[in-house]
Design a protein around this ligand. Structure first.
Ligand code: FAD
Length: 410
């Protein structure tokens, strides 16, 4: 039987959201109790904390409990593997999404001793989605969770050592090895290092957003648009190129697409603006409109609460889905100052570096190799990547082959 975990918290509490997110990412079932809606639960929290109202309080099936735990404390309590068996590996991979896991499978299968480090749950962004419909080989689609579990199992079968809830905050070079430093100051070493830390979609940070991700709130029209074929309304948030392009794409599925733009003009390219503002455009644009909250029922998004920023009037728009396109950020902060990045923080690799061969004395970088020899990058964090599961998997396979060549050459 699954462990029964109860998380006592409140809607407004950021640490409660973090703890829930952490458990969700590990696919660990838990019950959520909002103490503001349940006086008996509030009483219990007070009683167990000597009269102090501290949340989140997480109670485990054996009766033990943690108050305001960090992710690392939660990981230890849940017996997740957070410590490496040894100090040195052939290959150290940061990031357990589709790119990192695929590279790990390819490398370990060929006998390359591989350690993969993941800061949250294995599977990456792909595990967040209710259904992946465009990955070849699954004619009926596959849930993000099942996909992630299958890839993780396959990596285990080939002996990949995997750590979870371990966050890398810096990379370095030490004694001829590439090294990565965790937030708990542990140093991990590899003859080669792969950065497969992906990217994250910028969020609005409004109430309800976290609750309906994958259940009406989406960040990828190519991935999730087809689920809304025949829908009456879809809301798109943003006014740049991605929002307009994705909005036009979504208009193939829904009767009406409403584009919510915070400012009083679009910032997309003129060609897209012309398309979206022409008289027969399938897109209805609401300028000076900010999202205030997402509302739902039965675990699905039902409506978006918006504010007219010039009049201060609020309004509730019923919608089948909301697609948010307010930008994407690569998870590459920890490489800054060590690797060459593009203007947006994506890692430059291979041919991108033709004119920047600082560290590569006397040879071209391998495919997917960064400005530092022996350090590779693949998947969404890489400049020029296409932000899809299938392409991340493809890059994972290709980078593993490039790393094999590198390891042979050293
Ligand atoms: C909600 C949603 C739905 C999607 N649906 C689809 C779909 O249907 N089809 C499709 O093709 N694509 C879809 N995508 C896009 C797809 O999931 C990504 O393109 C793909 O997951 C990228 O893989 P990746 O391995 O490069 O990075 P990620 O999946 O982002 O994995 C990177 C991993 O690195 C970890 N990490 C980051 N920084 C650190 C650090 N410092 N230390 C340790 N670990 C770190 C992260 O926690 C993460 O697990 C979707 C994305 C989202 C968000």
């Amino acid at each position: 039987m699954e462990p029964e975990i109860i998380v006592y918290g409140a809607y407004w509490c950021p640490d409660c959201r973090r703890a829930k997110k952490f458990l969700g990412e590990q696919f660990i079932p838990f019950h959520w109790v909002d103490i503001e809606q349940d006086p008996a639960a509030e009483q219990l929290v007070l009683q167990m904390n000597n009269g102090r109202r501290i949340i989140p309080m997480i109670v485990f099936s054996d009766g033990s409990f943690l108050v305001e735990p960090t992710n690392a404390e939660l990981a230890r309590k849940l017996n997740l593997k957070t410590e490496a068996r040894q100090k040195y590996y052939d290959l150290l991979i940061i990031g357990g999404g589709p790119a990192g896991l695929t590279a790990a499978i390819y490398a370990a299968r060929e006998g390359v001793e591989t350690l993969l480090v993941e800061r949250s749950g294995l599977g990456g962004q792909a595990s967040l989605t209710g259904g992946i419909d465009n990955f070849p080989g699954f004619p009926e689609g596959i849930s993000g969770q099942e996909f992630s579990e299958r890839v993780t199992q396959q990596a285990r079968r080939f002996g990949v050592e995997m750590l979870q809830a371990v966050d890398i905050q810096k990379i370095c070079r030490h004694d001829g090895y590439q090294c990565a430093m965790t937030t708990e100051d542990v140093h991990l070493h590899g003859r080669a290092l792969l950065i497969a830390t992906g990217a994250r979609y910028r969020r609005l940070g409004v109430p309800g957003e976290d609750d309906y991700i994958g259940a009406g709130i989406h960040f990828c029209a190519t991935c999730d648009g087809p689920f809304y074929k025949g829908a009456k309304h879809i809301v798109v948030v943003g006014g740049g190129n991605s929002a307009v392009e994705e909005g036009l794409h979504l208009s193939r599925f829904a009767e009406k697409v409403i584009l919510l733009v915070r400012g009083d003009r679009l910032t997309a390219s003129q060609i897209l603006i012309d398309k979206v503002t022409e008289p027969r455009s399938p897109i209805h644009i609401r300028y000076r409109t900010a999202v205030q909250a997402f509302e739902g029922a039965n675990s699905r998004l039902k409506a978006v609460q918006v504010l007219d920023v010039s009049t201060g009037q609020t309004d509730v728009l019923s919608t089948a889905a909301a697609f948010i396109f307010i930008g994407q950020e690569p998870n590459s902060l920890f490489t800054q100052g060590h690797l060459e990045l593009d203007d947006y923080g994506y890692i430059l690799t291979g041919h991108d570096l033709e004119h920047k061969l600082n560290g590569h004395t006397g040879r071209e970088p391998f495919a997917f190799e960064t400005s530092v020899p022996g350090v590779f990058a693949a998947g969404d964090v890489r400049h020029g990547s296409t932000k899809q599961v299938a392409s991340a998997v493809g890059e994972g396979a290709a980078v593993a082959i490039a790393i094999r060549q590198y390891l042979k050459s050293t």
